[in-house]
Design a protein around this ligand. Structure first.
Ligand SMILES: NC(=O)C1=CN([C@@H]2O[C@H](COP(=O)(O)OP(=O)(O)OC[C@H]3O[C@@H](n4cnc5c(N)ncnc54)[C@H](OP(=O)(O)O)[C@@H]3O)[C@@H](O)[C@H]2O)C=CC1
Ligand SMILES: O=C(O)C1=N[C@H](C(=O)O)C[C@H](O)C1
Length: 250
């Protein structure tokens, strides 16, 4: 498969290594200094572009890739206010787009565990949830995209939790998300349900960026040839329904 990389930072480089090891060809690499490449024949020849840049640049990158007719798989976070516009472009048949706040298999299992625990807790109002995410000092956004997805999962399963906030004073009906930035931590998410007598805690701790990068390449392989607005849940379900596809995530 021909892959274009938009963003050649920590994730772009990790994705390149894994894509090459899986037999793919990198036909284009776009960074801050070669933006003309979006209009090049090599970029247009890509089966899919994998985009990992910044909160302030991601949406413009998507639109330039769509204009070139190239489907986009992206993990950039911190731009979600624009999601309705991007979805509308896909629904109008003008774009193909796959985004998730976290491409790692472990985090997607953690999303399911989180929703299951929240649905149990709906029956036990003495427990109140709180979240902490810890990342490296270079991260531009907070809370992490993964923390927002986890909070949305809790809100969808426990109707007593009305929203999320970063303000500890607003904790009554909300889940408070705290963030810490420490060294080169790849990504840790901790959810605690606290009652007057005890605390239940679940945690996911990434050991490196390999899981994110592998998930992004697998998503690109799954996206090639498809159309429209594609989701991680859809990909995970199609793999569970066809277990032979799970072999590719090993
Ligand atoms: N969904 C997931 O599973 C994951 C998501 N992420 C998210 O991915 C994003 C990138 O993470 P990471 O790779 O660690 O960050 P980096 O800062 O290491 O890389 C981002 C790269 O994008 C480049 N860039 C900036 N603007 C543009 C532009 N307009 N066009 C092309 N390239 C540009 C930067 O260049 P320069 O440095 O010169 O400015 C940099 O090389 C973040 O939003 C992060 O939250 C990260 C890991 C996993
Ligand atoms: O910036 C990062 O590094 C990460 N960002 C994603 C997020 O915001 O959730 C995913 C992962 O935790 C790493």
């Amino acid at each position: 498969m021909k892959i274009a990389l938009i963003g050649y930072g920590k994730m772009g480089k990790a994705i390149e290594r894994i894509a090459l090891s899986r037999g793919h060809e990198i036909v284009s690499r776009i960074d801050v200094n070669n933006q003309d490449e979006f209009e090049s024949p090599s970029f247009a020849s890509a089966d899919v572009a994998i985009e990992f840049t910044t909160p302030s640049t991601a949406v413009a990158n998507y639109k330039r890739a769509f204009a070139a007719g190239v489907p986009v798989v992206s993990g950039s976070t911190g731009w979600l206010d624009a999601m309705p516009d991007i979805k509308a472009l896909c629904d109008e048949g003008k774009a193909t787009f796959f985004w998730t706040s976290n491409f790692s298999l472990g985090v997607n299992l953690f999303f399911a565990v989180n929703r299951y625990l929240a649905s149990l807790m709906e029956g036990f109002p003495q427990y109140h949830p709180a979240m902490k995410e810890i990342h490296h000092i270079h991260k531009l956004d907070h809370p992490s995209g993964t923390a927002i997805t986890l909070a949305e999962g809790i809100m969808s399963c426990d109707k007593a939790v009305k929203g999320w906030t970063e303000e500890p004073a607003n904790s009554a009906d909300n889940i408070v998300i705290a963030h810490e930035r420490i060294g080169e931590v790849p990504g840790t998410h901790i959810i605690s349900w606290d009652s007057p007598v005890d605390t239940l805690t679940i945690m996911h701790e990434a050991k490196s960026r390999e899981g994110f990068a592998l998930g992004a390449v697998v998503a690109a392989e799954w996206t090639a040839g498809k159309k429209g607005f594609l989701t991680m849940d859809e990909m995970m379900h199609s793999m569970i329904e066809r277990p032979q596809l799970l072999d590719i995530i090993k």
